[in-house]
Design a protein around this ligand. Sequence first.
Ligand code: ZN
Length: 350
Amino acid sequence: MAAPKPPNKRRRTSAEDDAPESNLQTSNVTRSEDFWFEDGTIVLQAENTQFLVHKSVLSRHSVVFSDMFSILQPENMDDEPSVEGKPLVRVFDTAEDIDQLLRALYDRGCDPRRKMPFKVIEVMLRLGNKYDIPHFVAEATGRLHVEFPTTLSQWDVQRHWSLPRGGSFRGIKGQKGLLFDIVNLALQYEISSILPAAYFLCLRDIDAVLTGTKRDDGSEAILSSDAQRACIQGRDEILEDIPRQTFQWMDPTEYSDVCQNAAVCFRILSYSVVLLWKSGRVTASDAFSQREQMDAYLDGGGELCSVCRETSRFIHSAGRSKMWASLPSYFDLGSWKELEKEDPRKIVDG
Ligand SMILES: [Zn+2]
């Protein structure tokens, strides 16, 4: 898409000359400081803020704006509300939303290398859908797709397990409660292919899944009841599967044909596995742990023989791949294939 034409220098107006006290109807109305172009052709009013912008720019990006403006007939202008001879259109969004929308249209404030605040992603999805601005929707969903991969190789590259629980992402500015806000947004706008990885990350704090967590501003980020249900079901199913998939390598009977030092290996494995499941050290979040991380689970009383070690890597890797393939189904989301069909991704990951 071609960039919109560069805006002329903006005139910053002071509050005094904006709102003449003699005119009661406009006494509360203020002009946007950033979006009041002297060569603008249309005034948008959201709440009590007016924006003097260009019909051509808005129409170029949005069919809805284009249709809205085409109704304005020059010959009827005398009967229509206007400001300084420019037609006035009221929109029923907040002034903050319209400011954000104009910022994204005029300033192209979507540098892919800069982290985007969640609020902007939310506005781009909401207004992108409302005003039919496809590149808003594409930009917002693209950001989310990048954070929540559909392949295990991409998951491994992103090292999500090492992220702080508050949620820090590559392309979205971190803030407390971010993950829950993202999940709720994905459910609302059917960005379904991010849900398996996002739900899985929620499992790191199951108490917060049930009770919510505080955002930076003190408000509560609470998962929707659908999301809570999915997380609880997913956790139960993952915990049921984990011993025979990702942790299958700890089963001593897997090695009976190949082991070079059966006495030692059998003892290490059986002792560790008993300890592990008895102590409840395994959580659902261990489903995609790396083999190296798992050595911590082995009892320190010796080392596996080289063949068992190699075999353990193979079994572990096969197990976690199977669990990744099943990840959507744990949360009752069908298969990866179905999800990608519902919510196609442009990025190629894996
Ligand atoms: Zn062995």
